[in-house]
Design a protein around this ligand. Structure first.
Ligand code: NA7
Length: 561
């Protein structure tokens, strides 16, 4: 312990992995299989990452369970039984616990360990990783598997400490749960999280005020228990199915199936046509079919120009607004729930169960805090700028995350020449392929900014990154090398490409967390790579085949102090 000026005394590994979620668990397994010594440092008291922390009522994945799961082990994917079309948080957590046990991962995972700093010692060619408890670890390679949506926003409201009731953050929910019966509850935030939690809290609370700043588009999930025959057919073709997902735009291949869920039929696939060419009646019929099928992918991947042409996008946005008006009985509330400030899909589209219908309940009230912003929290509840006071016994904050960069910048990372990542990214993140940052040798990011990450079925993207990194380290070892870094030119070229592709789409038109717009002062930049999972994989594979184009590989182990 405690050797800030060198590696003496620090526990030494080939690789330190930060985070034990989907990414960290597979990274550890993959590294071990390749013969590396590795240690995973995880701040939670259990494995699971996102799925460890987000235990709020209604927490559920909005990608389908048969696809939102690992594909790297045929035995695992055959033996695990998902019970619902969209898995609930406790089920995903059980799955990740099972994975940790099945592959004997726990002995190399250190829980309750918050990484606070990582410093590259150029001469020793080693990273020194420091934890909050003052422990030190030394490693040749460091992999940040710290999550794209893991750094939650703290409530920024004055007076919170004076509140007489209880308040909760969805992303740090009490393990034992919360009983809202008989309580007057306020919910702040109507993104994917709020939209899942609100219908559940409404069923329990005496009264629920929803404080909405910006309405979001939400599509019905149409969740259901999984039919055993459907699962059996998926499992029979799992290997091919997963291969198709890896080369698809979004990491999902459900639309390639010729069978589907009972009652919902064959998943609707993309239509290779502009929505502008389709007569209004046919459009409505097609969108209706997809609305009934449920889920975001069926809606977003319908006509081929929805995400690049505003006129086309307006056809689907109008359709969803009409649905909202048809579900919500009070016309004024319905209008407040209709998003009008961004094209559909440019903010992360939500997937819900009975979200809009919840506003028909007599114990639920929508408060527009765009028109009358939250001024402060007061002992008895929440006060808006107009002076209105909403009396509350509990407040639930579902106000989002410092996405993609938050978890990385929370660690004091210092690379070559003592340069900090915070300085390097002061104008926004710069990476090569979302995998490495110029000036930070031997430091990898899993699903980092500049990679498909949150714009994909993220488990597919995680597996791709983990396998690419393990192959990369293996090639270094085979070639007698122990250092890899990217170049300023390669990084600039990749960032130009990331921006060019984003600017071709409608995504930059929204004040979304994809753009960093949800964090005051965060530079505006489209953070993930929108070129698609399959295309991105092809680039990464080609880079490796061409001797790691855009990277410099070298040997440093011989340097002795
Ligand atoms: P999101 O999508 O960032 O949503 C956060 C919500 O909280 C959104 O409605 C925000 O309104 C609202 N918010 C944030 N700050 C405030 C303040 N200060 N006052 C009022 N309202 C506020 O986060 P989620 O957790 O729902 O979803 C994140 C992702 O996690 C999700 O897409 C899935 O991939 C999993 P705003 O839009 O900023 O006006």
């Amino acid at each position: 312990m405690g050797a800030p000026n060198g590696t003496d005394g620090a526990a030494s590994y080939d690789v330190i992995v930060v985070g034990a979620g989907f990414a960290g668990l597979y990274m550890l397994h993959s590294l071990r299989e390749a013969g590396w010594s590795a240690r995973v440092l995880e701040r939670g008291s259990g494995v699971g990452g996102t799925w460890y922390w987000n235990r709020y009522p209604g927490a559920r994945c909005d990608a389908e369970s048969v696809e939102y799961s690992y594909s790297f082990d045929e035995g695992l994917q055959q033996e695990w039984e998902w019970t619902e079309r969209y898995a609930r948080q406790p089920e995903i957590r059980r799955y990740l616990d099972h994975v940790a046990d099945r592959f004997d991962l726990r002995r190399d995972i250190q829980l309750d360990t918050l990484v606070t700093a990582a410093t590259f010692d150029e001469q020793a060619n080693r990273w020194l990783v420091e934890t909050e408890a003052g422990e030190w670890f030394s490693c040749t390679y460091c992999v940040m598997a710290s999550g794209a949506l893991s750094e939650c926003k703290d409530p920024p409201f004055a007076g919170l400490d004076t509140f007489r009731g209880e308040w909760y953050q969805t992303s740090n929910w009490p393990e034992e749960g919360v009983d809202f019966s008989g309580k007057r509850v306020g919910a702040v935030g109507t993104g994917s999280t709020g939209i899942q939690a609100i219908p559940m809290i409404a069923q329990e609370a005496e009264h629920l005020h929803v404080f909405q700043r910006t309405p979001n588009f939400s599509i019905p999930a149409r969740n259901q228990p999984l039919d055993p025959h459907y699962v059996q057919r998926i499992k029979e073709g799992y290997a091919e199915h997963r291969a198709s997902s890896r080369h698809s735009p979004g990491g999902s291949a459900l639309h390639t199936l010729d069978f589907g869920l009972p009652h919902y039929g064959v998943p609707p696939g993309p239509v290779d046509r502009s929505a502008r060419e389709v007569p209004a009646e046919d459009l409505r019929h097609e969108y209706d079919r997809r609305w009934e099928y449920g889920g975001a992918a069926a809606m977003l991947f319908s006509y081929n120009d929805l995400m690049v042409n505003e006129e086309s996008n307006a056809t689907i946005a109008d359709f969803v607004r009409d649905k909202i008006r048809s579900i919500v009985t009070d016309p004024e509330t319905a209008e407040k729930l209709c998003p009008t400030d961004h094209p559909l899909g440019t903010k992360r589209i939500c997937v819900d169960t009975d979200y809009y219908a919840t506003y028909n309940r007599s114990n639920v009230e929508l408060v527009d805090v765009r028109a009358d912003p939250i001024a402060e929290i007061v002992p008895e509840g929440l006060r808006t700028e107009s002076g209105a006071v909403y009396e509350l016994d509990a407040i639930v904050f579902a106000i989002g995350f410092d996405a993609l960069t938050g978890a990385l910048l929370n660690i004091d990372i210092k690379g070559a020449g003592g340069r900090s990542l915070r300085d390097a990214w002061v104008d926004g993140p710069r990476t090569y392929l979302g995998l490495m940052v110029d000036g930070f040798p031997n430091l990898f990011t899993v699903t980092g900014p500049g990679s498909p990450s949150v714009l994909s079925n993220v488990v597919v993207s995680i597996e791709q990154h983990v396998e690419w990194i393990t192959d990369c380290l293996g090639r270094l070892r085979e070639d007698g090398l122990d250092r890899i870094e990217t170049t300023a030119e390669a990084q600039a070229g990749w960032m130009a490409h990331v921006n060019e592709v984003a600017n071709y789409t409608l995504y930059p038109k929204a004040n979304s967390w994809y753009m960093g717009a949800n964090i005051p002062g965060k530079p505006r930049q489209f953070l993930p790579y929108v070129g698609g999972v399959g295309a991105y994989r092809a680039v990464c594979d080609e880079v490796a085949r061409e001797g790691y184009r855009g990277f410099v590989r070298s040997a440093h182990a011989a340097v002795v102090h």
